[in-house]
Design a protein around this ligand. Structure first.
Ligand code: GRF
Length: 218
């Protein structure tokens, strides 16, 4: 399917890594024009590391406690990403706030996925926040990362209905399924060079069917 040069990805993780898996799968099936060059976890036991290694993708642990300052910790992450030629950094369940050192090393080159329709329910336990609030529709958002948590310009979103018999867990699972679809799609849009940022607004040029337009009904 895909001809041109692949975009080099660096994925930051802390946990189970199902989004990492979705990206690895999409890349290896050539559904996206991307290659995962390095996976970095700040948690030694993260299952995401196993997933990467199983796929022969370089995966390393960089723990915050090994460094005296956040700056030094982030410098090590940035240097590692650069060493592997990373062009786009994807946060996939990375449980730390990205600071200036990484942001400056990768301007407008860091994206994140959040399990809610931002700007609603940023921060931790977004699905539970939405569920407890009683929303009828929640979803997921892929966005550029800036200095504030879950705040940067939005690349794409998908809406997910809340069902009458949902629990937080069932809602979470339904949202996660959509995350696995839209995160690779967002990466592909960037790989194709179709994404530009104007203030808070992300423009997608020449919309092809690859973009997720889906709204409710999952
Ligand atoms: C996902 O719900 C993602 O939206 C959020 O953290 C979770 C990570 O899950 N940022 P996984 O590690 O990809 O399974």
């Amino acid at each position: 399917m895909i001809a041109s040069k692949k975009i080099a990805l660096g994925i930051l993780v802390s946990g189970s890594g199902t989004n990492l898996q979705a990206i690895i799968d999409a890349a290896s099936r050539e559904k996206i024009n991307a290659e995962v060059k390095i996976v970095i976890s700040d948690v030694l036991e993260a299952k995401a590391l196993e997933r990467a290694r199983k796929h022969n993708t370089p995966a390393i642990v960089i723990e915050r406690k090994s460094f005296e300052s956040k700056k030094a910790f982030e410098q090590e992450i940035a240097d590692t990403l650069k060493k592997h030629g990373v062009e786009l950094v994807c946060l996939a369940g990375f449980m730390r706030i990205i600071g200036r050192t990484i942001l400056d090393a990768f301007p407008n080159q860091i994206i994140n996925i959040h399990p809610a329709l931002l700007p609603s329910f940023p921060g931790l336990d977004a699905q539970k926040q939405a569920f407890d609030y009683g929303v009828k529709v929640s979803g997921a958002t892929v966005h550029f990362v800036d200095e504030k948590t879950d705040h940067g310009p939005i690349i794409c979103q998908v809406a997910v209905d809340v069902h009458e018999d949902d629990t937080v867990e069932t809602l979470k699972a339904r949202i996660l399924k959509q995350e696995h679809r839209i995160y690779p799609e967002a990466i592909q849009l960037i790989a194709e060079g179709r994404v530009s940022i104007n203030g808070r607004t992300v423009h997608i040029s020449d919309q092809l069917p690859v973009i997720s337009k889906s709204t409710t009904g999952y």
